[in-house]
Design a binder for this molecule. Structure first.
Ligand SMILES: [Zn+2]
Length: 63
């Protein structure tokens, strides 16, 4: 997983190859356009990411 503790002065797109998903690189550190990854893998990675966030979202809604 990507390091989310980047300096604020460093844009998310830094280091992301042109045409690749900035969001996917920010969250997963790669996207389906990167070598050795497929679109199905990226979709699954997003599903796992969302599933892991679900308890936090439900907890926040309770407040
Ligand atoms: Zn990529």
């Amino acid at each position: 997983m990507a390091d989310l503790a980047r300096p604020a002065s460093q844009p998310y797109s830094e280091g992301v190859p042109l045409g690749h998903s900035i969001a996917a690189h920010r969250i997963h550190g790669w996207c389906y356009l990167c070598a050795d990854h497929t679109l199905a893998e990226e979709v699954l990675a997003w599903q796992v990411w969302a599933y892991e966030l679900l308890p936090q979202m439900l907890e926040r809604d309770r407040d």
